[in-house]
Write a protein that binds this ligand. Structure first.
Ligand SMILES: Cc1cc2nc3c(=O)[nH]c(=O)nc-3n(C[C@H](O)[C@H](O)[C@H](O)COP(=O)(O)OP(=O)(O)OC[C@H]3O[C@@H](n4cnc5c(N)ncnc54)[C@H](O)[C@@H]3O)c2cc1C
Length: 384
């Protein structure tokens, strides 16, 4: 991959994506296939190791550059949701891993030998209320024994490793509700079929999300990531990067929809003139353009703060929120601009429209972001 010059990175990613055009992504839809060739190409070019330090074989770049990579994939019509987690899940190993864990995993992830694509937090009965999660990990000799259930865990069948959160001390024995949770690195190659069963979810988008059932899964104690009972902090630590990177994807989606709408509005002739000559068609496109460009400024601002090591919790939340809302609005505008043809799969808009909708809900929903801004930034009382 090219050096830190962000324009060169954008150009190179856009070029790589020309080998994986919209028809490639469409071809995966009927059987919900995984874009293996695309992910391999991205890995071989070093992009998924963008945030891994050079000392471990990565590119040693920042969230600014990583965001540009994801944005360009989205803008090309691709779906970075197939592999984006590797960029931010790896951060938990980098920041909280022991020297032995870092040397064992990071070079292998950087080279593509190991895929760390899965992040297991959400549970069916507790949802966003993460500190109430019910999956437990109990120490037994040299192992932890994990029991419980997770839902909506993406890419489990296309990953070698998963970073997951489980309760190690009952909540009522902890001083704070955020204590008593721990993070584990699960080697999925060993776990599936030996204490971990996986059931794919038939979902609205091709995101390879699964239900997970843990039934006495044994994980070596050396796979504990960070301190025992302090796992909530490990998870929280990675969330700013995740939100900024998802925001960048949304910017790419938004620009994709605007590019498509402009092109179609210029080409499609109804009543003897291009539909884009009607202000009723062009104003929604212009409005979405303004909203996406404004959201992009927040994404780039938050990424800059993150890379400078500055506090950016509120900015990361606002970036993800504004970008997700703007990309969703741009998707709706694009659907409207295309008229009936928007509903035909061969025009690709409907797939991107479904994909970008996810980001108003995951990895964190709109209400929870607004709640963060209200309570952390504006000093309003907490409701939970
Ligand atoms: C395709 C897909 C892929 C996913 N991948 C992963 C993954 O890889 N790993 C993982 O761990 N999770 C994953 N998730 C889960 C995702 O992070 C959650 O679905 C999301 O955070 C919302 O949680 P929930 O579904 O439990 O909603 P709930 O917590 O049940 O909330 C439902 C609604 O109520 C609102 N709400 C809840 N409490 C409040 C409150 N106090 N105030 C105001 N509003 C509230 C929420 O905002 C939401 O709109 C994925 C989800 C999807 C759909």
């Amino acid at each position: 991959m090219p050096s830190e010059d962000i324009d060169a990175i954008r150009e190179a990613v856009a070029k790589l994506c020309t080998d994986f055009d919209e028809n490639y992504w469409l071809s995966l839809e009927p059987d919900r296939d995984y874009p293996t060739e695309f992910v391999n190409a991205l890995t071989e070019a070093g992009y998924l190791a963008a945030l891994i330090p050079e000392a471990y074989g990565g590119a040693g770049l920042g969230v600014v550059e990583a965001g540009a990579i994801l944005e360009e994939i989205s803008r090309s019509g691709g779906h970075p949701g197939a592999c984006h987690a590797q960029m931010y899940v790896m951060g938990a190993v980098l920041r909280h891993g022991s020297d032995a864990q870092k040397s064992k995993y990071l070079p292998a992830i950087a080279s593509g030998e190991l895929r760390l694509q899965s992040f297991g937090v959400t549970e069916p009965s507790t949802g966003t209320d993460t500190t109430s999660l019910k999956t437990t990990a109990r120490r037994d000799g040299d192992d932890f024994v994990i029991n419980g259930q997770k839902v909506w865990i993406s890419r489990v069948q296309h990953s070698d490793l998963m970073v997951m959160l489980a309760r190690t001390t009952p909540k009522d024995q902890c001083q704070k509700k955020s204590e008593g949770l721990s993070v584990f690195i699960v080697d999925l190659r060993e776990a599936i079929g030996h204490g971990l069963s996986v059931r794919p979810i038939d979902a609205m988008i091709n995101h390879h999300a699964c239900e997970l059932f843990f039934d006495d899964l044994r994980v070596p104690a050396e796979n504990l990531l960070g301190d025992l009972d302090q796992g909530f902090k490990v998870i929280l630590d990675g969330m700013n990067a995740e939100r900024i990177l998802i925001g960048a994807e949304c910017i790419g989606d938004g620009r994709y929809f605007i590019d498509k709408a402009v092109q179609y509005a210029n080409d499609r002739v109804v009543f003897g003139r291009p539909i884009g000559a009607n202000q009723g068609v062009q104003f929604p496109i212009a409005r979405c353009y303004a909203d996406i460009e404004a959201a992009a400024l927040m994404v780039y601002h938050a990424a800059g703060l993150f890379d400078a090591g500055k506090a950016c919790g509120t900015q990361a939340n606002m970036a993800k929120h504004l970008a997700a809302e703007a990309s969703w609005a741009a998707g709706d505008m694009c659907m409207q601009t295309y008229g009936g043809f928007a509903f035909s799969k061969e025009f690709h808009i409907e797939r991107k429209f479904r994909e970008t909708r996810l980001y108003r809900t995951a990895p964190i929903s709109t209400n929870l972001i607004l709640s963060h801004i209200a309570t952390h930034e504006l000093g309003l009382p907490r409701s939970f």
